[in-house]
Design a protein around this ligand. Structure first.
Ligand code: NAD
Length: 268
């Protein structure tokens, strides 16, 4: 399937390096004919990797700390200037927990770290949507996708405060999805992705074991970042116009499998 995003203008956050899920989404969006702006926190720019992606996808980069409303206002106004009109799709691919980074166990969560995690990983979506809503920056039938994880629904001890933060992120998709759907027919969904080997993913304690566990449970195996990118492209396209306010599992069947023969064999 080709040209699914021809004529569409987007904003893609979160491409840090070639392992990032957002990196693959940018490559696929470019392949499908979209034009877009790349954005990331100014600190992430220093690594310089994003320049390669900008070059290969012929896109410009606008630095924005997703916790800063002023940065986000600049992001939306500059993006529309560069791309020549309203935005059709936005990817929120932003996650960071200081408690995870510093190996703080969940019951001992540091609340300053917790608040930072909420601001960066969940409230940032509200801020992005609120700026877009207030400035009428997203076209009718536009599509916003945020990336989530199943720890929002079930207990995953190693995921610590990010579990609660993802639950909030998914709730913002639903609640803002109502308001933005009513006012401008903008749709907002979260995609709950399999464990994926990226900088954010691999930073989680025990990542390798739960990556392998999820792979052994899922009938289709873990969904790769490339497959996630394909799915997000369909959500940005006009083929999914009536899907909104959903948390969509993209996990090879993990979320609805009780046990697999591979796991049973391990206990025999
Ligand atoms: N990797 C996984 O196993 C997995 C599974 C499910 C969901 N996700 C989610 O996918 C999304 C992307 O993560 P990834 O796995 O591609 O890792 P990644 O580390 O490549 O991406 C995380 C991005 O967040 C950006 N970021 C952090 N703070 C920011 C800020 N203040 N402002 C703007 N950007 C900021 C980082 O610079 C980075 O580009 C995250 O929301 C993550 O929780 C990841």
């Amino acid at each position: 399937m080709n040209n699914l995003l021809v004529g569409k203008r987007g904003i893609i956050s979160g491409a840090l390096d070639s392992n990032s899920i957002a990196w693959k989404i940018a490559e696929k969006a470019h392949e499908q004919g979209a034009i877009f702006v790349l954005t990331n926190a100014p600190i992430a720019m220093r690594m310089g990797e994003i320049n390669k992606l900008a070059e290969s996808t012929k896109s410009q980069i606008i630095p924005a700390d997703a916790t800063s409303v002023a940065d986000l206002e600049n992001l939306f106004s500059k993006s529309q200037e560069i791309l020549g009109g309203k935005i059709d799709f936005v990817l929120h691919s932003i996650g960071m927990s200081v408690n995870i980074r510093k190996n703080v166990p969940y019951p001992e969560s540091n609340y300053d770290y917790f608040m930072k995690g909420i601001d960066v990983s969940a409230l940032s979506l509200h801020k992005i949507l609120s700026v877009a809503y207030r400035t009428n920056a997203i076209s009718e039938w536009g599509s916003v996708v945020a990336l989530s994880y199943i720890a929002a629904q079930r207990a995953y001890p190693f995921y610590t405060d990010m579990a609660d933060i993802k639950a909030m992120l998914e709730s913002i998709c639903r609640t803002f999805g109502y308001h933005y759907g009513k006012s401008n027919k903008v749709r907002i969904n979260s995609v709950s992705q399999s464990p994926t080997k990226t900088t954010a993913g691999s930073g989680i304690k025990g990542f390798e074991s739960f990556y392998n566990y999820a792979d052994a449970i899922s009938p289709l195996g873990n969904a790769s970042a490339e497959a996630c990118a394909d799915y997000c492209i369909t959500l940005f396209s006009d083929l999914s116009r009536m899907v909104t306010m959903q948390n969509l599992y993209h996990d090879g069947g993990y979320s609805t499998t009780g046990i697999s023969t591979e796991i049973m064999d391990k206990f025999n």
